[in-house]
Design a protein around this ligand. Sequence first.
Ligand code: IMP
Length: 513
Amino acid sequence: MIKDLIIAAIALLANGYKTIAITCKQWGDTGKGKFVDLFAQYWATIIVRATGGNNAGHTLWHKGKKFVFHILPSGILYDKEGKINVIAHGTVIYPKILMDELKILEKNGFSYDNLKIALNAKLILPWHILLDRAKESRAGKDKVGSTGNGITPAYVDHIGRNGLIVNDLLNPSLLKAKLERNWKQTYKMLVDYDQDLIRNIMVMEILENGLFYDDESIFNIDAVTAMYIHYGILLKSLICDTDTFIKEKVGKENILLEGAQGDLLSIESGAAPHVTSSPCELNGLATGAGIHQGQVDLSLGIIKGFIMTRVGKGPFPTEYGGSYSEEWCNSGEHTKKTELKISDPGVNYPEGFLKGIALRRRADEYGATTGRPRRVGRLDLPLLRAALRNGSRDIILTKLDVLDEMKEIEICTHYIYTGSNYQYGERLLQNGDTIQEAIMHTTVLENSEPEYVYFPGWLRPLKDCSSYEELPKELKDILEFIITSTGIRPKIISIGPKPEETIFCPEINRLRL
Ligand code: IMP
């Protein structure tokens, strides 16, 4: 019954559309998984991952069993329904992780004949991981908070025209020379690193527990070549020209483009250096799939309902607890386990840092694999305005139930610039200036003081609501305010992790159309 209602609501929303994209308009971790899964299950016939690599992570549930995947698209468990899953050319792939995920499928009785891997996706090589980790461990306070998966070095090699692609796995006789040429470049960047540090990284599980390690030259290229030839043999039947495949299906089949990370983390529109190295917004997602933005009929952007989170380092103007929270979350000392030992301060605690902890616990904002606490803050409209430059005004709001007990909800409407004079193109920013749309430069963001409006909370469980009409007036007032001040078009409101805890909102949309 609930399933039928969801199918009907999705069909109504997707009526007349053949290609739908779902991206995150914040720093990732906005609960994209639930919606990608719903659209994959009930609407799409082709599901495409097209940006980033195994720095992303999503949790899928199948018959009560939890699966966490990092590179496989979200439709991968619907093999029996004949859905095609594509890892498209915009991605970077570390074959070991891909193989690990395929083994999980095999072990659980799923087939992956329905998977297509782009021949021109970029390869992550073992030394990309070494370099990523070595750089971070030496960066001190300049750490980016990288996931350590070699994402940036792999994209750097691609842009630097020195990278390898998946198709290289299919030509073993040429592979060693290509690997050697690539390694030569990376080696130069590693020469002055401490040998103990290098050895410690080389024996990690992600680098095959030291299998590639050579005391003198760091990498035994023969061992790496043998492993990558082996991957080529195992993956051969899945590797193909996915650009042509998708091009031929556009407009004919229901295609779901599944975003990774979020607009604010994008190399194109985020504030460097605290970004990932892929274009996470709609445009990058479409290009990475081999099509263009104009071929996407509906682009849904996801934001969290009235809070925001961030993983790793970088400016976060509305963070509860400010820089103390940033340090706390990035110190490596605190995890979900240790935070749960602190007595719950409650979401109405007057002080920011502890209130942030309370919200983190309510929202379960801890890394899925590491338990690392995510930084938590208030919804920031200047950042949302900046993200909306990339399109995707049709919005899904998630996790609203987290705020059920909050007496007062703070929304950041604009910033006051507090830094010294800073020339930003034609604009001279001066202390005291108002900023309506966030300027995506770290120097400016670090000196952007948020100003808030305060709304009364709804103070009742949203789980009791089953339609937009039933949502509390207090919540609708906040939504109306955000709609008016940013131009978003809310389409779906999520009030819990389960599929049935979803409200589709045609009424709101009518107000805007
Ligand atoms: P990288 O992508 O591993 O190089 O990490 C660069 C930055 O992006 C770091 O701050 C990471 O924490 C962040 N990041 C990368 N992937 C994700 C994600 O899927 N969710 C949230 N943050 C991410």
